[in-house]
Design a protein around this ligand. Structure first.
Ligand code: SER
Length: 317
């Protein structure tokens, strides 16, 4: 990345933002990364700006002040939370994207990263090995906003030449910062409950298989995509990426290898319907062909690593 590049991360306190900001600071230097979120976190080292992404004027001022050239837009309402407040979710997820796309259209920034999700798929999408181009009929507000967002990203590329890049993240598992309001969040909570109480009540049925990924793979995918030469990017909506697929029962069985007395019970709620509308596995061969994407971390490695970090964190409490 040229030395003159400045990166603004919007939504830097969220599950992805916390880790991606730290990784970007490491790769590009703290002085080149500006974190932003609605409120300043208590402990943060580096440049930070308070920003409500719906405040277009303030966003423009921050971009001008720091001579921002790249924006990572991570602020969004996730699938479960969005169902509780559909109109606000639509407003936040769409207007934030337009605010950033328009900055690029007006040549105030050069490059955008915006995440999409497996939530863009729906009941008519094939369940296994979903191809890059397929039927997409999402039934959640979150999924509808992500699919619409993908279309708008491609539109801004085709019409205005905007360099916007995107990945359809599977459920993301991490230990640094808790996820907020997603259907795949059970796969993070289960670790905390296993360590703290030895048992977990899952809001999905035991055999609900969903595509998942460990955060270090997701961070690497994101930065690799952003560093790919523009001419190699062939998908201007959003790339499928994949790592592993598992059900609550399968992850519980892995957890039992670390905590032998661990028990799990199942109490499906409204999130079961959301999960049932999503695919079980994803074909990411386009990402592999265009920018050499390959996941590294398997279920087994992930569970081991989560316990390594979380046991330390829980012991410190
Ligand atoms: N992890 C997200 C969710 O469950 C999907 O992108 O909402």
């Amino acid at each position: 990345m040229p030395a003159s590049e400045k990166i603004l991360v919007i939504g830097s306190s969220g599950q992805i933002g916390t880790e991606l900001t730290a990784q970007l600071q490491k790769v590009y230097g703290s002085e080149n990364v500006i974190a932003s979120d609605i409120k300043k976190p208590q402990h943060f080292s580096g440049e930070f700006e308070e920003l409500d992404v719906l405040d277009e004027k303030r966003l423009g001022e921050i971009v001008a002040k720091h001579k921002v050239s790249q924006v990572y837009l991570l602020a969004a309402l996730l699938s479960a939370t969005a169902e509780k407040n559909p109109q606000f979710a639509w407003k936040l997820n769409m207007n934030s994207l337009f605010n950033v796309l328009d900055l690029a259209k007006e040549k105030k920034i050069k490059k955008i990263y915006w995440p999409s999700s497996i939530a863009v798929f729906g009941h008519s999408t094939p369940k296994e090995n979903v191809p890059q181009f397929t039927v997409m009929d999402p039934t959640t507000v979150y999924g509808i906003s992500k699919l619409a967002g993908e279309r708008w990203c491609e539109y801004y590329f085709l019409k205005y030449g905007v360099d916007v890049r995107s990945l359809r993240y599977p459920g993301l598992i991490s230990y640094s910062s808790p996820p907020g309001g997603g259907t795949t969040d059970y796969a993070v909570d289960i670790f905390y409950k296993a360590i703290e109480t030895g048992s977990f009540q899952c809001f999905l049925k035991e055999d609900t298989v969903l595509p998942m990924m460990y955060m270090p793979d997701a961070l690497r995918a994101t930065i690799e995509l952003m560093e790919t030469e523009a001419k190699n990017i062939k998908v201007h909506s959003s790339y499928n990426i994949a790592a592993m697929s598992f059900s609550p029962k399968q992850i519980a069985d892995e957890i039992k290898k670390n905590i032998p007395g661990f028990s799990i019970s199942y109490q499906p709620d409204f999130r079961q319907n959301i999960a049932d509308s999503w695919p079980r596995s994803i074909d990411d061969s386009c990402a592999n062909q265009d920018w050499n994407w390959k996941h590294k971390i398997t279920l087994n490695d992930m569970v081991r690593d989560m316990f390594k970090h979380l046991t330390v964190a829980v012991d410190k409490k």
